[in-house]
Write a protein that binds this ligand. Structure first.
Ligand code: FRU
Length: 515
C-alpha cells in the first residue's frame, strides 16, 4: 500500500515537473536559443569567463523587478554557449553600492592572494560599484573585486574599492592577463569625456594608470563597456591586431545605443588606432546590440567569442515582454579579414548552434514563384529558424525576404542593389508602436562587386540577427510579431540569377536541457 502511494506521488511529481518545463521559457516572445533571465530585468552581459570547465555569463540584473534598478550580477552557466542554466545571483547590491558592469578572470597563479587553494586558482570579478549621493557621501563610481573559489559563491573583497578616481563616470572595467608584460591590464571608460583609461596591476588590487585613448571615432554619446583584445587576421594568423571596442550611448549610426571598434596595436601601455581618428567602424548595424563583451580564459584553440545585450537604451525599459525584460545576442566568434586592403571584424554565430537544427528546407534555382510555392507548402515553419542563402542578384534591383509574415505583420531582410545596401525593416511587425523610437529600417553599406550575396539569418521569436558576407556585416534587431506569423516569402524586383537557399527549424535550447 505504502509502496503504491509512493509510486503515485512520484508519478504526479514527474508529471507536474514535465508540465512546468513545457511552459517554462515558453511565454509570448520568449527567446528559445538566446539567453534571457527566467524573470525580471537584464541589461549588459558582465564577467564573461570560461572557468572550472564551464562558460560563465553574468548579467546586469534587477532580481526584484522587470525594470532597471537594484543592479546585481545575475549568473548562468553553460557547457557550450547555447544551453544555459541560471544560478542564484552571484554578486548582489548591498547598502554601499549597486553592482554595475565589469569582467572576470581566472587568477591561475593566485597573484591576488585571494585563492584559498593556490594550485586550483580562483575566479576574480572586477565590477563598478555605483554609490548614489547620500547625506554625507557624494555620488561615486569605483572599481571593486569579488572572488569565488568554486564558480558558485562570490565574496566581496574587504579592501574595496581597488580604484577610486573620485569621479561619477568611471566604469565597466575589462581586465585581462597581458602575458608579454606578465601583469593584469584593465580598461575603463571616463564615460563623459569619451575616453578610455588603461591601467596595469601585478595583483588585481593595486592599479597604476598607463595611458588614455580618445575621443576618436564616434563621440555622439557617452562611452561605456570597453573591451580590448587581440585577433588573428583570417588566412594570415601571424598578422595579429588589437581591437578596442567601445559602447556609445546614444549616437549609434542606426540610433540610440550601439557599438564601435578601432583596429590597431597595443604595446602593453598604449593603444594606437591604425585608422583615421575620424573613421568609425560599426560593430553591428542593427539597433539591438549593446555592451558586446568577449570571454576571458577561453579553452585553447577556441576563437575569441562575444555576447552582447540585445536591446537599445532608447526603449529597453518598455519592450513588451513579461515576466522578463532583456536578452543576450547569439554568441559570436570573432576574427579579422582583409578586404580591399583594409581590415574588418568578422562575426560568426558559434558552431554549437548547429546542434539545434531540425527539419531542413532546401532550394536551388532562380524562380521566385517556385521557391515561394515550396515555402508556402513547407509544414515546419515556425518562429525559430535559421537561413543560409547565397544568391547572384542578376538584374534584380531589390531582393527582399519577408519573414515572420502574418496579417498586417512582416519583417523584411533585403538587399538594395541600386544603393548597395543591406537592410532590415521591422516597422511593419505587428507590435512596433509601444515606443515611438522602435519602428525602424536599419541599413548597412554593402558593395558586392563580383561576390554573390551571402546571408546567414537567425530568427528567434522576437529577434532577427543577420550576418552578411561571412559576418563582415552584422545587423541585430528585436521584432514583436504575432505568435502565429510564420510565413516566409521572397520578392525580387527583376530576375535573379541563381540562388541556393537552406533553412532549418531550430529546437529550443531550454527544452533540450530540461529533458
Ligand atoms: C551600459 C551601462 C554601463 C553600466 C550599466 C549599468 O549599458 O550603462 O555603463 O555599468 O549599464 O547597469
Amino acid at each position: 500500500m505504502l509502496k503504491k502511494s509512493l509510486f503515485v506521488s512520484a508519478l504526479l511529481v514527474t508529471i507536474v515537473v514535465r508540465l512546468w518545463a513545457q511552459e517554462h521559457y515558453n511565454e509570448k516572445y520568449r527567446p528559445q536559443f538566446h539567453f534571457s533571465p527566467q524573470i525580471n530585468w537584464t541589461n549588459d552581459p558582465c564577467g564573461l569567463v570560461y572557468a572550472f570547465e564551464q562558460y560563465h555569463l553574468f548579467f546586469q540584473h534587477n532580481p526584484f523587478a522587470n525594470v532597471w534598478g537594484h543592479m546585481s550580477w545575475g549568473h548562468a552557466v553553460s557547457p557550450d554557449l547555447v544551453h544555459w542554466r541560471q544560478l542564484p545571483v552571484a554578486i548582489a547590491e548591498d547598502n554601499k553600492a549597486a553592482i554595475f558592469t565589469g569582467s572576470s578572470v581566472v587568477d591561475t597563479n593566485n597573484t591576488s592572494g585571494l585563492c584559498a587553494l593556490p594550485q586550483h586558482g580562483c575566479i576574480v570579478s572586477i565590477y563598478t560599484g555605483f554609490t548614489a549621493k547620500a547625506a554625507t557621501t557624494p555620488e561615486r563610481q569605483t572599481e571593486n573585486l569579488a572572488f569565488s573559489q568554486d564558480g558558485r559563491i562570490w565574496t566581496k573583497y574587504p579592501g574595496n574599492p581597488v580604484l577610486d578616481l573620485g569621479r561619477t563616470d568611471t566604469r565597466d572595467p575589462k581586465v585581462f592577463w597581458y602575458a608579454p608584460g606578465k601583469r593584469w591590464i584593465m580598461v575603463i571608460v571616463l564615460a563623459n569625456d569619451k575616453k578610455i583609461r588603461i591601467f596595469s596591476s601585478p595583483d588585481l588590487k593595486h592599479w597604476q594608470a598607463l595611458s588614455d585613448f580618445g575621443p576618436q571615432g564616434a563621440t555622439g554619446g557617452v562611452w561605456e563597456c570597453p573591451d580590448l583584445y587581440r585577433l588573428p587576421v583570417a588566412g594570415a594568423p601571424a598578422k595579429m591586431r588589437w581591437i578596442l571596442k567601445i559602447g556609445l550611448n546614444p549616437g549609434h549610426v542606426s540610433g540610440g545605443s550601439g557599438e564601435q571598434y578601432f583596429i590597431g596595436q597595443f604595446d602593453g601601455i598604449r593603444f594606437t588606432n591604425e585608422g583615421a581618428s575620424s573613421e568609425t567602424h560599426w560593430l553591428d548595424y542593427g539597433r539591438d546590440c549593446y555592451c558586446a563583451l568577449t570571454f576571458n580564459d577561453e579553452p585553447a584553440g577556441r576563437p575569441r567569442q562575444m555576447i552582447a545585450w540585445m536591446n537599445n537604451w532608447e526603449y529597453a525599459g518598455v519592450v513588451p515582454t513579461t515576466p522578463w525584460r532583456g536578452a543576450m545576442t547569439l554568441p559570436r566568434s570573432l576574427t579579422l579579414a582583409e578586404a580591399d586592403g583594409s581590415l574588418t571584424l568578422l562575426q560568426r554565430p558559434v558552431d554549437e548552434l548547429r546542434s539545434l537544427r531540425g527539419e531542413a528546407f532546401e532550394y536551388e534555382g532562380a524562380s521566385e514563384a517556385e521557391v515561394n510555392r515550396k515555402l508556402a507548402d513547407w509544414p515546419h515553419r515556425s518562429q525559430t529558424f535559421e537561413i543560409e542563402a547565397e544568391l547572384r542578384t542578376g538584374t534584380a534591383k531589390e531582393i527582399v525576404w519577408k519573414l515572420l509574415q502574418g496579417e498586417h505583420d512582416e519583417t523584411l531582410v533585403g538587399f538594395d542593389a541600386v544603393k548597395s545596401e543591406l537592410f532590415l525593416d521591422r516597422s511593419k511587425c505587428a507590435n512596433a508602436h509601444f515606443s515611438s523610437a522602435f519602428p525602424s529600417k536599419t541599413v548597412a553599406p554593402l558593395k558586392l562587386g563580383s561576390e554573390p550575396l551571402r546571408l546567414h539569418i537567425f530568427v528567434d521569436r522576437s529577434s532577427v540577427e543577420v550576418f552578411a558576407q561571412n559576418g563582415r556585416i552584422a545587423m541585430t534587431n528585436l521584432v514583436f510579431p504575432k505568435p502565429d506569423s510564420t510565413a516566409i516569402s521572397l520578392s525580387a524586383s527583376g530576375q535573379l540569377n541563381n540562388m541556393h537557399f537552406s533553412m532549418w527549424k531550430l529546437a529550443s535550447a531550454w527544452k533540450a536541457q530540461e529533458k
